[in-house]
Design a protein around this ligand. Structure first.
Ligand code: 3PG
Length: 209
């Protein structure tokens, strides 16, 4: 189940997590991020305009726009209809797995404990989101999972910053990280694309293990 999400996660060291409030800013934001070197974008379904933003951002050449905060089968269906290429969830439920498989939407599900990871692997997923990364123990916690579960890869998200991102990216079981620091509310609201693009290119230059 994870072939496509793994390929997407391999495209850049960072997936910007986006909360878009003003639809008019969507396409410009996506353009700035893609130009800066971050082609894979996670648009969280946490704002009124999120689905329309996914539609608008999908028009940007070279981008791969997915939906984040996908919690239910209905979220997955709406995201897919809006053109999302993948779905990211903070967790994993049977209903969500079934829905994503039925509609053919690649899913990056969340798992943190060994039991959750084993359950995800049982369901066929070996590329997972590790959320909320910092709060559950950060890079040391994730490193510990590599011992018993070496074939599982992660995208840690939640509290990841430019400062701690290199610690995660140095781990053999981390493919990329996710974070909201690149597309800030302030710069997105103001359409300050130069600042966003600058942070994107710094993030794109981070080294991976
Ligand atoms: C998410 O939505 O996946 C995370 O909450 C993003 O976390 P951050 O804001 O700490 O980067």
């Amino acid at each position: 189940q994870s072939r496509q999400t793994r390929s997407l996660c391999q495209l850049a060291p960072v997936i910007p997590v986006i909360v878009i409030k003003d639809l008019a800013r969507a396409e410009g934001l996506a353009q700035a991020l893609v130009t800066g070197g971050l082609p894979v974008l996670e648009v969280t379904l946490r704002s009124e305009v999120a689905l329309d933003a996914i539609r608008a951002m999908s028009a940007v050449e070279g981008g791969h726009v997915g939906a984040g905060t996908v919690l239910t089968p209905d979220d997955a269906k709406r995201a897919c209809d809006a053109g999302a290429r993948f779905a990211v969830s903070p967790g994993l439920t049977d209903r969500l797995i079934d829905a994503c498989q039925e509609i053919g939407l690649p899913l990056l599900p969340g798992a943190v404990t060994a039991s959750e990871v084993m359950r995800a692997v049982d369901a066929g997923y070996d590329m997972l989101k590790f959320f909320p990364a910092e709060a559950v123990g950060g890079a040391p916690a994730l490193k510990s999972l590599a011992g018993p579960l070496p074939k599982v890869s992660f995208c840690p998200t939640g509290g990841v910053t430019p400062k701690n991102a290199p610690d995660y990216l140095a781990l053999p079981n981390v493919v990329c990280v996710g974070g909201s620091w690149i597309a800030t509310d302030a710069d997105t609201g103001a359409g300050n694309w130069a600042a966003v693009q600058e942070r994107a290119s710094i993030a794109a230059g981070l080294t991976r293990a």
